[in-house]
Design a protein around this ligand. Structure first.
Ligand code: A2P
Length: 269
């Protein structure tokens, strides 16, 4: 047996890559799904980081950056993905089943991490679409609740169905063995929809500008002494949300220079 071959293929395992087994696939609709893979014992990451993943379907696999949606203590790794018709990776990835192999580059990285923010009282997470993935990791990490008294997860999608993944994670949180107790009463989930009827309509940027977002949550507007932000979505959403936070005098930070908000693009499109 040649141990350096990818399972079921004649391709060698590339350098710097783990070959992991899919343990679960759940489809939400024809555009969105999540999947879980085994976690190599030596794979370390901080909640909120991303990693490059690919499929063993070529001797030169296509890799794309994916936020890890599971927390750093989990013994499996979860991803949340869109299905792009003709997308070089997602057209194949959307067909994976339990038992299949997914390739995982060994190094995780990213700026949506607690370390890149100065201490504060309240952490806002601003997500659109699949940009919720890194926050699905962070809201399940005890460190987030050790660092912040209150966590506000804002998620805006085009339609109601796209909110399903976030609602599923948040609904399961109170009974989570590791973080359930800490998160109780301290995580607020603010969902808005832009292209369908929904109790809260509109982009979160507009809802911040009008003050409705803060009024709905029953909190005072963002203040640089107490509030911190993390942003994940499309390029346009990042630009507009960053401008909204800067209007509240928050300052963009990084791993090297922690400040009051951080930004990361939701990658696969
Ligand atoms: P809208 O329907 O008004 O475009 P997308 O799938 O294009 O990434 O959009 C996901 C969600 O993000 C949609 O609800 C969309 O609203 C919203 N959105 C798109 N662009 C921005 C932006 N520049 N600022 C805030 N929200 C945005």
């Amino acid at each position: 047996m040649n141990v350096s071959m990818l399972p079921g293929t004649s391709f060698p395992i590339p350098d710097g890559v783990f070959a992991e087994r899919v343990t679960l696939v759940e489809h939400y609709n024809d555009r969105l799904f999540r999947f879980r893979i085994t976690r190599p014992a030596s794979f370390r990451f901080r909640s909120g980081e991303f990693v490059m993943i690919g499929l063993p379907n070529s001797d030169r696999p296509v890799y794309r950056a994916y936020s890890i949606a599971s927390p750093s203590w989990d013994d499996e790794i979860e991803f949340y993905s869109i299905k792009v018709p003709d997308g070089p990776l997602t057209e194949h990835l959307q067909k994976i089943q339990s038992g299949d192999t997914v390739l995982l580059r060994k190094k995780a990285t990213g700026t949506l991490v607690n370390d890149a923010l100065l201490a504060g009282r309240r952490l806002y997470m601003f997500a659109t679409g699949t940009g919720i993935a890194p926050f699905a990791s962070l809201i399940r990490d005890p460190e987030t609740y050790e660092k912040f008294e209150q966590v506000i997860l804002c998620h805006t999608c085009r339609d109601v169905e796209e909110l399903a993944y976030g609602k599923q994670i948040v609904a399961a949180l109170p009974s989570d063995e590791i973080v359930g107790e800490m998160a109780r009463g301290r995580l607020l989930h603010y969902t808005t929809v832009t292209r369908e009827d929904y109790p809260c309509r509109g982009r979160q940027t507009d809802l911040m500008a009008s003050g409705k977002l803060f009024a709905d949550l029953g909190v005072s507007p963002i203040h640089p002494e107490t509030d911190r932000g993390m942003i994940c979505g499309s390029m346009a959403m990042l630009r507009d949300t960053k401008a909204a936070l800067e209007a509240f005098d928050l300052v963009e930070g990084s791993n090297n220079a922690p400040a009051t908000f951080v930004v990361e693009r939701a990658f696969v499109d």
